[in-house]
Design a protein around this ligand. Structure first.
Ligand code: CA
Length: 235
């Protein structure tokens, strides 16, 4: 199996070395960058299988790097893990909805880092195994091989996590799925009970697929438990 290549940008040298050492010990290839500009520059030559971006950087910050990677057709679908130092940054990552696939809050343990990276690659590899699968419900169409979602004939922009969440909900339509279950299935890792991550992503999904996201027809909230994709749409 070819080793996955990871680009990571972090200006704090000891953290950068910690990441590089551990990922390389885990069998990955790692290229480190000290600025967002140099990472973006390298992407003109070659692209990796995963990006790990620190947010606080001299010059261009990690959020801007993430935005630019998502705008570029060559790097649009490559997974991104953001490193966040503060809860305000955490909110920004979710709030700006830049399309990062995961985030790790500093300080993080080596075990946590490795688990997140493994989970990302496991999902990417599983995703490519399901080829040309089309899932339809009402006026929503999910094209699994192209990773695209349509409402009617309109393409809806959707980051990986939201895409997977919607897919899981539709595949299990009519069933109540707990927040904890969704967190584990989609994020692939125990977030130590940070189930609000699920709620935030559900909110984004509703804004995209519901006619009236304040009165959702598709995704029902099951109080105290989680969510259910309504299999009896009455509009
Ligand atoms: Ca930093």
């Amino acid at each position: 199996m070819s080793k996955e290549l990871i680009y990571t940008v972090e200006d704090e040298i000891h953290i950068q070395q910690l990441i590089k050492y551990n990922l390389e010990s885990g069998g990955y290839r790692v290229l480190t960058f000290e600025s967002g500009e140099s990472l973006l520059n390298e992407c003109k030559n070659s692209i990796p299988d995963l990006f790990i971006l620190d947010i606080m950087l001299p010059g261009m910050d990690g959020l801007e790097v993430c935005r630019q990677l998502r705008e570029n057709a060559r790097t649009r679908n490559i997974p991104i893990i953001m490193l966040t130092a503060k809860s305000e940054e955490f909110d920004k990552v979710l709030g700006l909805e830049l399309g990062a696939d995961d985030y790790i809050t500093k300080p993080f343990s080596v075990r946590e880092l490795m688990a997140r990276v493994k989970a990302i690659f496991r999902r990417v590899n599983t995703a490519t195994a399901v080829e040309s699968e089309i899932i339809k419900f009402d006026d929503i169409t999910i094209d699994c091989s192209r990773r695209e979602v349509y409402k009617g004939d309109k393409l809806i922009e959707m980051p990986l996590k939201e895409f997977e969440l919607l897919k899981l909900l539709i595949l299990n339509k009519g069933k109540v799925l707990s927040r904890e279950m969704l967190l584990e299935k989609i994020w692939g890792f125990d977030y130590y009970g940070e189930t609000r991550t699920v709620d935030v992503h559900i909110r984004y999904l509703r804004q995209k697929i519901e006619e009236d996201d304040g009165n959702p027809a598709y995704i029902e909230t099951i109080r105290g438990i989680g969510y259910k994709f309504n299999d009896k749409i009455s509009k």
